[in-house]
Design a protein. Structure first.
Length: 616
């Protein structure tokens, strides 16, 4: 298909950076997004209202241009009564135009508002569909700094689309309105040359077209680099903003390490990259100003020069000359709309390109094979989890180095209510097994049969505390009304957060106010509230004090009929739950004989001996 051919991604090495889409395809994509948006009816209603206002405004502008003839003729005759009468007519026309302009400005702002709402919500909905954001992050440069595309690019695209679309429609209507006026005036222009008299049909119209056409051609030639430069600028601005945000988030660690100078150099490099692009943009815009400003000043005299032969030969009165000048300027302004807006159009195309590339990349995440050697996922029999000849690879593409691990016990069946702990060889990335069970890592071999995802709860090594209230953080990802107040209060006491019960509904950056131990306590509070059938923990006790680990494991031990899989090493987990121990064996060590850990009286000693070998 033609569209599929156009959709070939641009690549830099293995880094996806965008798509070779046509402008028509990008516009059709965005139209489809808006058409399926909940704000569609509002946008259509505002668009119709804007079109009507623009039509009425154009009609009143034609009346204003026609008013030039009697007004300037009254000046030429020195007719005071006619002069004041025409001033009164002008007041009515100007007042009408003022009201219409105010209404149009309001409709313009409302249209931009609802377009941004539709676009922003559509992009966020596409981004936060299951696993798309995570897959996009590993898709190359197109997945870098999605916040820039979701926020700034969406805002710029919505606002510029509204402004440019209204300007284009207004210029088109003015062109159609005044080109007839200018054509009719041209019919009265008679030229005399060496005793011969002749007229050129539509003389002023052709002059306006030639003048505006030459300006458009030169603007296109001079400003052709602006689209790419604007896209580069938005990308570099996003990188700078991320660098500043990243430094701000980790400022305590930077300060303690004395790394301010290092961070200053990094941020200054990003600032230099932004300034370099802006410098190129400044040169390109300056060159474009030679064309736009030059033609802008020439328009003051060009229509008079064009109509002068007919005026001096007596074919036009002074009032008719001014009508012709006014009509020429209106036609020229309409034709030169593209010239005057070449810079904004270039910015609009740049943001359209970035937004549509981002949206297309998101929609492709569902169909894209994320990694080679894809694992097979299946639904397990009720009350079981089965890993058949499971091997997990670290390869993310065909060129990556083969590495990974296998479960040395071979095919594993975990029954409901069991307690499991999974250790690993030195250098094994145990977290990949956690991601496999969470259906987020696909590279490897074998079959993974899992219970329903809604029956499982995953506790990551690094806790996530969302912004908002503490109640929202504890209930995440469920809604706050999913659990009653008494249940929330009870689990807060159990996990040691009882002192914060009075601040449950306080909005704050809880990820900064709470230390790591308290953030993990928030995760355990949700675990106790959710009461899942299966709990998978990714070395969740690492870094916690021994007494805190013991208290957490005691809470887990009190959960009846819950299957627990702990990936990592924890003395407290062994003491409290007496788990069956499995082993992750590095693929490079398959040929070597490896002892299989089993729960025994020596388990504590084995765990202590392996502490130093525990790398992530």
């Amino acid at each position: 298909m033609a569209v599929e051919a156009q959709a070939k991604p641009n690549m830099q090495g293995n880094e996806q950076v965008g798509y070779d889409f046509s402008l028509f395809f990008r516009l059709r994509m965005m139209f489809s997004a808006f058409w399926n948006s909940p704000v569609r009816i509002k946008i259509i209603s505002l668009t119709v209202a804007l079109f009507v206002i623009i039509l009425v405004t154009a009609y009143v502008q034609v009346l204003l241009n026609s008013w030039n003839a009697p007004f300037y003729d009254s000046l030429a005759r020195r007719d005071i009564s006619a002069f004041f009468h025409q001033l009164g007519v002008f007041g009515i026309i100007a007042g009408s135009l003022l009201v219409l302009n105010v209404i149009q400005a309001w409709l313009n702002q409302m249209t931009a508002l609802y377009m941004r709402e539709g676009l922003a919500r559509d992009l966020v909905n596409q981004w936060l569909q299951a696993k798309r954001a995570l897959r996009l992050a590993s898709s190359g440069l197109i997945g870098v700094n999605p916040d820039q595309r979701l926020h700034e690019d969406a805002r710029n695209l919505a606002e510029s689309t509204t402004g440019l679309a209204i300007g284009l429609v207004q210029a088109t209507i003015l062109l159609l309105s005044f080109i007839g006026v200018l054509w009719e005036l041209s019919s009265g222009m008679v030229f005399h040359f060496k005793g011969a008299s002749f007229s050129i049909p539509g003389y002023m119209v052709w002059a306006a077209i030639l003048y505006a056409g030459s300006a458009s051609f030169l603007s296109q030639f001079v400003g052709r680099r602006l689209v790419r430069l604007n896209a580069d600028r938005y990308s570099k601005e996003a990188e700078l903003r991320f660098a500043l945000m990243h430094a701000n988030e980790h400022m305590p660690a930077i300060t303690i390490a004395g790394g301010e100078e290092n961070e200053r150099r990094r941020i200054n490099l990003d600032i230099s990259a932004v300034l370099a692009v802006i410098r190129q943009l400044a040169i390109a815009n300056t060159n474009l100003t030679w064309v736009s400003a030059g033609y802008g000043w020439l328009v003051l005299i060009i229509p008079i020069l064009v109509a002068a032969p007919a005026y001096f030969s007596g074919g036009l009165t002074f009032g008719q000359l001014m009508v012709a000048v006014g009509a020429f300027n209106q036609v020229n302004s309409a034709l030169r709309w593209y010239v005057a807006n070449f810079g904004p159009i270039a910015e609009w195309r740049a943001t359209l390109m970035r937004v549509t590339d981002f949206r297309q990349a998101l929609t492709e995440m569902d169909d894209k094979t994320p990694m080679p050697h894809t694992l097979v996922f299946d639904r397990a029999a009720p009350g079981t989890m089965v890993w058949t000849d499971l091997e997990v690879s670290t390869k993310t593409n065909d060129e990556a180095t083969e590495n990974g691990f296998r479960i040395s016990e071979g095919t594993i069946t975990i029954n409901a209510g069991e307690h499991i702990m999974i250790n690993g060889d030195h250098g094994v990335n145990r977290r990949l097994l956690f991601e496999v069970l969470a259906h987020q890592w696909y590279s490897g071999a074998g079959t993974v049969s899992l219970p329903p995802m809604e029956d499982m709860l995953f506790v990551p090594h690094t806790p996530y505390v969302p912004t908002g209230t503490l109640r929202e953080a504890i209930c995440f990802p469920d809604d706050t009304d999913a659990y009653d107040d008494a249940a929330v209060d009870a689990v807060m006491d159990k996990v040691g957060l009882g002192r914060l019960k009075s601040r449950l509904d306080t909005q704050a950056r809880w990820d900064r106010l709470l230390d790591t131990e308290e953030q993990k306590a928030v995760g355990f509070a949700h675990l106790l509230l959710a009461k899942p059938k299966w709990i998978i923990l990714d070395d969740a006790f690492e870094g916690l004090e021994a007494e805190v680990q013991a208290a957490a494991c005691a809470m887990l031990a009190d959960l009846a009929d819950v299957t627990m899989i702990y990936i990592g090493r924890s003395d407290a987990y062994v003491h409290a739950l007496s788990p069956r121990v499995l082993h992750m064996q590095a693929l490079a060590l398959q040929e070597q004989s490896t002892a299989i850990d089993t729960p025994s009286e020596s388990a504590d000693a084995d765990l202590k001996n392996e502490k130093k070998a525990n790398t992530r």
